[in-house]
Design a protein around this ligand. Structure first.
Ligand code: ZN
Length: 640
């Protein structure tokens, strides 16, 4: 067992799913729902969900308590030259690894490939190694089957092969070289096929079954691991006739390949649109300077988030916003529409073959919702509950839109959301979101956010002198226990856009936390792949307040992964049911809405002693679309 002192915070990680955050940002923040809201009740029928809810609320209360402590300290006048992590000496990986060993734990980094041939060779080697491990399980004879040499050994196969799968997945999504991204995609497909194939290894299943037939009495995580293994075989169709099984296996492999290609196509699709200066009315001179591609020609790539979000927020011309919105939402349409159609057909076939009424039922079975019907009911109840608030807000946005000179319609379309929201903030609350950027140079935001997280979770976050990763600009950090200095995990920050890079904001697992076969504890490694505004020749990266919320959110996922203490990778970190995975980060992003938190780090990049002044508005009548506080600037934000 790893040597871990009890932590003050509650570890929420209990089950398995993925981590991606693909909701449009404005929507993501529009629907932060108190978990105690009435529409949530149908999910409380099961005791485990009730417990999960209570834990969630308790965590919220705990975080609020810890935050209050942090905020008191943070409210002290800021020093003009906040030290920042940039001035902190970097830790050496070797030292951290030695330190981890003292706690019977292992800290390691992915061994990044640098050529496509290496990627191919390493994936083949990883699959061969996994096959050897599976053979060993298959050879367990009926009488000697134990938890360790069957169910636990199968967990170890996944733990190992997933390290390779996660690594090549990041190459596929974020390597700067298209050849490496392509090699990453091929490798991902090989691993996906292999993972599907594990479910159909009857020799392995026989050994697992031999152990289950002993009617073992298990508790806690061991019992849950067995429960998950049984569920996984059932969901793979292993109880069905051979012919059906083979069909299901082939369809699942095909589906995995389609899904991988779909995402890569979306990443690689450039959507450059050319505009005149007049068509971009409302954007800054800086933006025009960067977008200039010819005589009165400016190019905005709708597939580069900072460019897209900026233009959608600031451009007055509705036609421009409309064309950008359509270009973004239909990117890779020619390639992806046929894939989506195929995927829908395959999913329906799979659901039918496996005896589910719909793909939704198959998918929801392993989530808190349990059935497609529950999920739809939840959404319907949510919609009904939000309707009055939605109507009140939409009427405000309509008024804002109608107030523009020459407005012909007050209808708020999809491409109006960013723009009318910013307009309303200016008109009603005197907030100029663009002018606020000068107070959020990204380095200060990161330093400030790390301090908040350090306080909440009683950890230290330190930069690490990193060996070469998949990209030169990627930074590496370590998280350590504040008292014992045990290294708890590592995370990469990959902050800015590049051609062909995953084009949203997400936390990618690289190494899951969990017990190794030798009893040591593997500490986790994650990678935050983001697309914040890059620095320019004369300015640092300047975040919007929404960007600040986003990095608080994504970093919440990183902490969720790194603070794990569970035994098995299937339950590690953010491997929780898909309809729970956002909850911790949604609670943690709340801190980016608090005045005291913002005051603790925000400062004009040209002179950090210049701070903005904010008022918190607790009155619900004056809230707009934010959950508790709306922000306003007491004087012109551009000068103070
Ligand atoms: Zn998220």
């Amino acid at each position: 067992m790893p040597q871990m002192r009890p932590r003050k915070t509650v570890n929420i990680s209990v089950a398995s799913c993925e981590n991606d955050c693909k909701w449009p940002l404005q929507f993501k923040n529009f629907v932060i729902i108190p978990l105690s809201a009435k529409p949530f009740w149908p999910f409380l029928e099961r005791t485990e969900n009730y417990i999960r809810l209570i834990v969630s609320l308790a965590v919220t209360a705990l975080l609020a308590f810890f935050f209050n402590c942090a905020a008191v300290r943070a409210d002290q006048p800021a020093k003009a030259e906040a030290p920042g992590l940039s001035s902190v000496p970097k830790l050496q990986l070797r030292d951290l690894q030695d330190q981890a060993a003292r706690f019977n734990s292992v800290l390691s980094l992915p061994e990044w490939e640098s050529t496509p041939a290496q990627v191919d060779a390493n994936v083949d080697a990883a699959i061969a190694e996994a096959n050897r491990q599976l053979e060993t399980i298959a050879q367990v004879d009926r009488k000697s089957a134990t938890f360790e040499n069957t169910v636990r050994a199968l967990n170890d196969v996944y733990a190992k092969i997933l390290q390779t799968g996660h690594r090549v997945g990041v190459l596929e999504q974020a390597h700067p070289d298209p050849k490496m991204r392509s090699a990453g995609l091929d490798a991902t497909q090989k691993i996906d096929e292999f993972l599907v194939g594990i479910d159909y290894r009857k020799d392995v299943y026989r050994s697992i079954k031999a152990y289950l037939d002993t009617n073992p009495h298990l508790e806690g995580q061991d019992a849950r691991l067995v429960e998950f293994a049984v569920r996984s075989y059932r969901r793979a169709g292993l109880a069905l006739p051979d012919e059906k099984q083979q069909k299901i296996e082939a369809l699942r492999k095909q589906l995995a390949s389609i899904q991988a290609h779909y995402l890569v196509n979306a990443n690689n699709a450039a959507a450059p649109l050319k505009f005149t200066k007049d068509e971009l009315e409302g954007v800054s001179d800086d933006f025009l300077k960067q977008a200039k591609t010819g005589e009165n020609e400016y190019t905005v790539d709708a597939n580069v988030p900072p460019q897209y979000i900026y233009a959608m927020t600031n451009c007055v011309k509705e036609e421009t916003r409309k064309s950008l919105c359509i270009a973004r939402d239909t990117r890779a349409r020619e390639k992806n529409l046929p894939l989506a159609t195929q995927a829908i057909e395959i999913r329906a076939q799979l659901a039918g073959l496996l005896g589910y009424e719909s793909w939704a039922d198959y998918q929801e079975e392993v989530k808190m919702a349990k059935t497609g019907k529950n999920a739809l009911n939840f959404e319907e109840q949510l919609k009904t509950a939000l309707e009055p608030k939605y109507q009140a807000e939409i009427s405000e946005l309509k008024k804002a839109k109608a107030s523009l000179p020459g407005a012909v319609s007050n209808e708020v379309k999809l491409w109006d959301w960013y723009f009318t929201s910013a307009l309303l903030q200016k008109q009603k609350y005197n907030i100029d979101t663009e002018a606020l950027r000068v107070y959020f140079p990204f380095d200060r935001v990161l330093d400030g956010m790390f301090k908040i997280y350090e306080h909440i979770f009683q950890v230290e976050i330190r930069p690490v002198d990193a060996p070469a990763a998949y990209e030169n600009d990627v930074k590496l950090y370590a998280v350590l226990d504040q008292q014992t200095h045990q290294p708890l995990g590592l995370f990469y920050l990959d902050l800015f856009p590049r051609p062909g890079k995953y084009n949203h904001f997400a936390n990618f697992a690289l190494i899951n936390g969990g017990l190794l076969p030798d009893g040591k504890y593997q500490r986790p490694v994650v990678d935050l792949i983001c697309n914040f505004p890059p620095p320019s020749s004369d300015k640092p990266s300047l975040a919007s307040q929404q960007d600040v919320v986003t990095i608080f959110h994504e970093f919440g996922h990183a902490m969720h992964a790194i603070l794990t203490t569970v035994n098995y990778v299937q339950f590690s970190g953010f491997n929780v049911p898909g309809d729970f995975v956002e909850a911790p980060s949604q609670m943690l992003e709340y801190f980016a809405w608090d005045k005291k938190v913002l005051d603790s780090f925000a400062g004009d990049y040209r002179d950090p002693s210049k701070r903005f002044r904010l008022k918190c508005w607790p009155s619900s009548k004056r809230q707009i679309w934010r959950p508790k506080h709306a922000l306003t600037v007491a004087s012109s934000p551009s000068v103070y």
